[in-house]
Design a protein around this ligand. Structure first.
Ligand code: RFL
Ligand code: PHB
Length: 412
């Protein structure tokens, strides 16, 4: 088959890219290794920056997010048994975050894709990329036992950290920068009502803990744990007891308990690939970079990448301009490195390391106290947490304020 853009991966990056291309009349074919149900039910990120929310609204995808997303204007830092609020919106001229699950964003994107007859193949295997520098790239894959080929103008590698796209770039071209961490996160989803208005990032001498949520009735919680943590050693009672210890605060606040619906262990990594382009292949999202989740940046970076990429591809087809495509990697990497720095800073600030000394512990507390006592220090954190606003050069074509139905009607 032939198309303009072959998109590999149906995570937030690939699905949103295909959507933004459709809005501009650019055709794509999307392939995905897993089943549609798997993509729709994969619980991951939860915090959307203002820029991500604006992008989804402008793209006509904001209807359910508007009614079900929880808008937060601040976060809390808990250390030395005291809770301290950081007024993110107040410190950033009104930029808020929205708590809305990544799987909900994926569901909204898949619903739009089906409605607008996006060509998609799920459960593909043996994906191979070819001719990246020839001007005539192609993607081969197997679907339901049949070998297929997509001939295209461009390939978008949106297949996450473990995908095949990044590996298609010759090793002498690719530079990678990486850091691993001596701890991981044990994450749970609990059927328990939320009992805090905002997210709570806790530092305790036993390690980090995070109080988050997915809806008024569903709590999302994380605990710092060992890299090779065995979930069998974490019965529900031990998880709740550890959470109560790490969240213990002088005002007596404690998370509400309820049945645990899901448990998982997430390793932590910082990783950047440079450049994010090779010939006609463009990497976006986790395929190009990973941040530790403490800064809540991963999905937001994926959205920022495809916003830039869709704008550049739109300009290429509309005006035959290639300068934006040529600038893609440099444009994205500026935001990526800012987010890498912030995510590492938040991680170091809030976790206890195995080689902790009284000296490093006191340095951490000094930094935490400065954030809660100095408005300048709090503003630096707030600006990074809220995320960089998008420059006008990346503004989407139109569609602001439309709901899905009206945008799909306009597309037809
Ligand atoms: P994804 O979501 O990994 O999607 C890639 C897709 O590609 C498919 N794939 C292939 N398809 C075809 N052929 C192949 N050969 C393929 N190989 C792989 C995969 O099946 C998958 O469907 O990458 P994408 O789209 O770049 O999105 C990135 C985000 O998923 C990720 O950055 C976030 O989840 C990170 N993250 C967070 N980000 C935030 O912005 N805010 C948060 O609050 C936040 N919290 C988190 C997080 C990630 C976490 N985990 C589980 C790593 C919390 C956690 C615990
Ligand atoms: C989440 O709700 O999953 C979440 C929230 C904030 C983070 C990371 C994950 O920093």
């Amino acid at each position: 088959m032939r198309t303009q853009v072959a998109v590999i991966g149906a995570g937030p990056a690939g699905l949103l890219l295909a959507h933004l291309l459709r809005l501009q009349g650019v055709e794509s074919v999307l392939i995905e290794a897993r089943s549609r149900e798997h993509c729709e039910n994969r619980v991951r990120a939860g915090v959307l920056e203002q820029g991500t929310v604006d992008t989804l609204h402008e793209a006509g995808l904001g209807c359910r997010m508007r009614s079900e997303g929880l808008v937060h204007r601040g976060i809390e830092l808990l250390f030395e048994h005291q809770r301290h609020r950081v007024d993110i919106a107040g410190l950033t001229g009104g930029r808020a975050i929205t708590v809305y699950g990544q799987h909900e964003v994926v569901r909204d994107l898949l619903a739009a894709a089906s409605r607008e007859q996006q060509k998609m193949y799920f459960e593909v295997s043996e994906v191979a990329l070819d001719g990246l520098k020839t001007g005539q790239p192609s993607v081969q894959f197997t679907h339901q036992g049949v070998r297929q080929q997509i001939d295209c103008d461009y390939i978008a590698g949106c297949d996450g950290f473990h995908g095949v796209s990044r590996a298609a770039i010759p090793s002498e071209v690719l530079r990678t920068y990486e850091r691993t961490y001596p701890f991981a996160w044990l994450g749970i989803l609990a059927d328990a009502p939320i009992v805090a208005d905002e997210l709570i990032y806790a530092h305790h001498e036993r390690g980090f803990a995070l109080y988050s949520m997915r809806s008024p009735r569903v709590t999302r919680l994380y605990l710092q744990c060992g890299i090779h943590e065995d979930l069998a050693l974490w019965p529900d009672a031990r998880i709740w007891s550890e959470l109560r210890t790490r969240f213990a605060s002088a005002d007596g606040w404690t998370p509400a308990q309820g049945p645990i619906m899901q448990k998982s262990v997430t390793p932590m990594r910082s990783f950047v690939t440079e450049p994010m382009q090779y010939g006609q292949l463009f990497l976006a999202g986790d395929a190009a970079h990973i941040v530790p989740p403490t800064g809540a940046k991963g999905m937001n970076l994926a959205v920022a990448d495809v916003r830039v990429l869709s704008g550049a591809l739109g300009a290429r087809y509309r005006d035959n301009r290639t300068d934006l495509l040529e600038a893609y990697s440099a444009t994205c990497l500026e935001r990526v490195w800012r987010a890498e720095h912030f995510s590492l800073r938040m991680t170091n600030l809030l976790h206890a390391t195995p080689d902790e000394t009284p000296f490093t512990q006191r340095l951490r507390l000094a930094e935490l106290r400065q954030i809660t006592r100095s408005q300048a220090a709090a503003r630096v954190l707030a600006e990074d947490y809220a995320g960089l606003p998008f420059g006008m050069q990346n503004a989407l074509p139109d569609g602001r304020g439309h709901c899905l139905d009206s945008v799909s009607a306009r597309l037809r």
